[in-house]
Design a protein around this ligand. Structure first.
Ligand SMILES: O=C(O)CCC(=O)C(=O)O
Ligand SMILES: [Fe+2]
Length: 314
């Protein structure tokens, strides 16, 4: 495995108010999105609808959250695996995360807020909700472009209505060394689309299809957009779902945030017939995302680099 240090992801700017379905601008952006997702499974996106100041104050709120005592953070429990507080794992000692389900809905966020701050923290709820709601517009644009790009836009409503938004906030402690230490193991995301941003501390690395690692660093006004395995399955392998990891060095903590569009429990992910033919035989049997996650978080599932293939590969 070489090091692909020079590789630079395409940067696509979604800020223009003229970027509307049916326009020439939309069509050329759609082509660029499809190309990047076929090659890398990810790209860097600018999206000014999420103002830089909002992103900064949201990251400030995330820092405030992780500064809470561990006992308090452990109050965020979730029925879904890995959606609550995660941390203190010997394999990834620098990593902590917290999941916020339905982060685009104020009441949902605020109910988590009040379990963490008994006196309430409306500023926290507002930052998280407003950031998630605005950023979810980028998720929707990209998914629409993907369905159009594959000629299956007739499934658009079903596809959009089948997901929720999870915001996962993360802290990676600085390892206090100049060597590089593992922050988060190499994995593919299991959801539909992931949109990541971070503070100024670098660490995200993505693997190319040829097995080369390169660093993918969003800037203060940009995001990394990435495809997860559920979308990979739904598009029957037409787009790449990349392995990625976090590597840390130095003293400073890295804060990052991911907005994950996630299939609802009970929704069966099945590649549309239009995307299955002789040249593209069906890759995965239809599956329920939540059932799949149950397998993924078993010991066998965690050890498996191709968990979805093991679970429901044809
Ligand atoms: O911290 C990051 O930038 C990446 C996090 C990640 O890959 C994940 O939560 O799935
Ligand atoms: Fe990930």
């Amino acid at each position: 495995m070489g090091s692909g240090a020079d590789l630079k992801l395409p940067v696509l700017d979604f800020s223009s108010p003229q970027l509307k379905p049916g326009t020439a601008e939309w069509t050329s952006m759609r082509d660029a999105v499809m190309q990047a997702l076929e090659i890398y499974g990810c790209f860097e996106a600018r999206f000014e609808k999420v103002p830089v100041e909002l992103q900064k104050s949201m990251l400030g709120s995330v820092e405030e959250l992780f500064d809470l005592p561990l006992q308090t953070k452990l109050r965020n429990v979730s029925k879904k695996p890995f959606h609550g507080y995660v941390g203190q794992y010997p394999m990834v000692p620098l990593y902590e995360s917290m999941g916020i389900d339905d982060a685009d809905m104020y009441e949902k966020v605020d109910s988590l807020t009040t379990t963490l701050w008994s006196e309430g923290n409306p500023n926290f709820s507002k930052n998280i909700q407003s950031f998630s709601e605005k950023l979810s517009e980028l998720d929707k644009m990209i998914r629409r472009m993907i369905l159009e790009g594959l000629g299956v836009e007739k499934y658009l409503d079903e596809h959009m209505n089948s997901t929720n938004y999870l915001l996962r906030v993360m802290r990676y402690a600085g390892p206090q060394t100049t060597d590089t230490k593992l922050g988060l193991n190499s994995h593919t995301d299991k959801n539909i689309v992931t949109i990541l941003c971070q503070n100024e501390v670098e660490g995200l690395e993505v693997q190319t299809k040829d097995g080369e690692w390169f660093s993918a660093q969003p800037s203060p006004n940009s995001f990394i957009v990435m495809i997860g395995d559920s979308l990979y399955a739904w598009v029957n392998g037409r787009l790449h779902s990349p392995y990625h990891r976090v590597m840390m060095s130095g003293n400073k903590a890295r804060y990052s945030v991911g907005l994950f569009s996630i299939p609802k429990g009970g929704y069966v992910i099945k590649a549309p017939d239009e995307l299955v033919d002789q040249e593209h035989p069906l890759l995965f049997k239809p599956f329920d995302h939540v059932e799949f996650l149950r397998f993924y978080y078993t010991e066998a599932g965690q050890r498996d680099q191709f968990a979805l293939k093991t679970y429901c590969g044809v």
